[in-house]
Design a protein around this ligand. Sequence first.
Ligand SMILES: [Ca+2]
Ligand SMILES: [Ca+2]
Ligand SMILES: [Ca+2]
Length: 135
Amino acid sequence: MKQVLFLALVLVATPTLAQRGSGGMIDQMIAADANKDGIVTRGELLNARAANFTRFDRNSDGVLTDNDIPVLLKRTALGQQFTAMRTQFDANRDGKVSRDEFVNGPTPVFDAADTNKDNRLTRDEIDAAKAQAKR
Ligand SMILES: [Ca+2]
Ligand SMILES: [Ca+2]
Ligand SMILES: [Ca+2]
């Protein structure tokens, strides 16, 4: 289960991969609709991210670093994707991704789906993004 969540994180974080795997990512975004009103706001997405941060920070030191990658994954493509994600989210380039950096990091899938740029994904926008992902 942890590895699935891990993969999902990587897919959200990396624009090229996000495009390739955006079908699953959109499902993830729907899951972020905490109040189940059918609209995913940016705030709901960021809250879901904050919850994920706690899960990904395996050694609970408050930052995401290579130490949070399972040793077995380090040499795999997934490990490399984690490194790419870390580079993208590490705004102050100290080699660690803090909670703030993670929560406020890039949201390429959300941005692409939010066609009217009102920071809310309506059911129509989600459906359109899904149709696009299938192509
Ligand atoms: Ca909502
Ligand atoms: Ca940092
Ligand atoms: Ca919108």
